[in-house]
Design a protein around this ligand. Structure first.
Ligand SMILES: NC(=O)c1ccc[n+]([C@@H]2O[C@H](COP(=O)([O-])OP(=O)(O)OC[C@H]3O[C@@H](n4cnc5c(N)ncnc54)[C@H](OP(=O)(O)O)[C@@H]3O)[C@@H](O)[C@H]2O)c1
Length: 267
């Protein structure tokens, strides 16, 4: 895809990894539509993009308002459209024992991480098909490839996002629309893991948020279906999990993943 003069909608662009994705796309010549709830966070991203001559429009929106998405997209399209890239990056996580989560907390995680991206994409897809160009990039997580204790709803939401992307990619294979999913491991320097202020398990390490932004650019360049962003090779462990979940669980315990998750439980 020729990038200059194109437009990308990036959700979750007010803090964390989202601003890295928005800035990287802007540096490549995309105009950015930055979406999140926090207006001052969005303004910060806009100023950073404008500081190197990029273009960024901000649009505050709560993605939990799923019924409003069609109107939101039509409004954006008439103001800033057409756009060619949708990065479903907004997300939340909440460490807790499953049986201590409220219905509202479970619904918030599932809506923000899965139902919202799916419905936002459904609102945009007909426009991508009509203009014969479009790429949906979903930011999932390694937590969607192997379940995480005390974060099981987050894992379920990200596993859903990965499988939805997989199904969609096959379904729209002969269409002009591409679907990619990116699965980061622990991310340092910014974002929800960094905010938790716990060091990553030494054997797993962490990656800089720019690596996620680079993966988005790679997905656009190559039309990749799935990219894992992790400090070391993790696919062998994921493959092992398909053969023996007991062994994969034991390795994760050795790495200290459940112990780290337990520390992150909100009290
Ligand atoms: N950080 C990591 O280690 C890591 C690892 C794997 C995957 N990921 C994934 O990467 C993505 C970005 O995470 P992050 O680490 O950057 O998280 P973050 O720092 O907590 O930022 C989350 C972003 O999502 C937005 N958001 C949350 N709820 C929203 C809502 N209802 N409506 C609109 N926007 C909403 C937030 O904006 P407002 O609060 O302003 O609305 C914020 O911009 C997420 O999907 C996350 O699951 C992160």
């Amino acid at each position: 895809m020729e990038l200059q003069g194109k437009t990308a909608l990036v959700t979750g662009a007010s803090r964390g990894i989202g601003p890295y994705i928005a800035k990287s796309l802007a540096r490549k010549g995309f105009s950015i539509i930055a979406v999140a709830r926090n207006e001052s966070g969005l303004q910060k991203t806009k100023l950073e993009i404008e500081s190197f001559g990029g273009i960024c429009h901000t649009q505050p929106y709560d993605l939990m308002n799923i019924n409003g998405l069609d109107g939101f997209v039509n409004d954006l399209w008439s103001k800033h459209g057409p756009f060619q890239i949708l990065v479903n990056n907004a997300g939340v996580e909440y460490y807790q024992h499953f049986d201590r989560l409220s219905k509202e907390e479970i619904s918030l995680i599932l809506k923000t991480n899965l139902h919202g991206p799916l419905e936002l994409s459904r609102s945009i897809l007909p426009k991508f098909i009509e203009q014969k160009s479009g790429h949906i990039i979903n930011i999932a997580s390694l937590a969607g490839k192997k379940g995480v204790a005390y974060n099981s709803i987050y894992s379920a939401s990200k596993a859903g996002l990965i499988m939805w992307s997989d199904g969609m990619r096959q379904e729209y294979k002969d269409s002009p629309v591409n679907i990619s999913v990116i699965c980061p491991g622990f991310i340092s320097d910014a974002g929800m893991f960094h905010d938790g202020q716990e060091p990553p398990p030494p054997l797993l390490g962490s990656s800089h948020p720019q690596k996620v932004a680079d993966a988005v650019l790679k997905a656009i360049r190559k039309g990749s279906c799935e990219i894992i962003v992790n400090s070391g090779p993790i696919r062998p462990l994921l493959a092992l999990g398909q053969i023996s979940w007991k062994l994969a669980d034991a390795i994760l315990r050795c790495f200290g993943v459940p112990a780290l998750s337990r520390k992150r439980i909100s009290v």
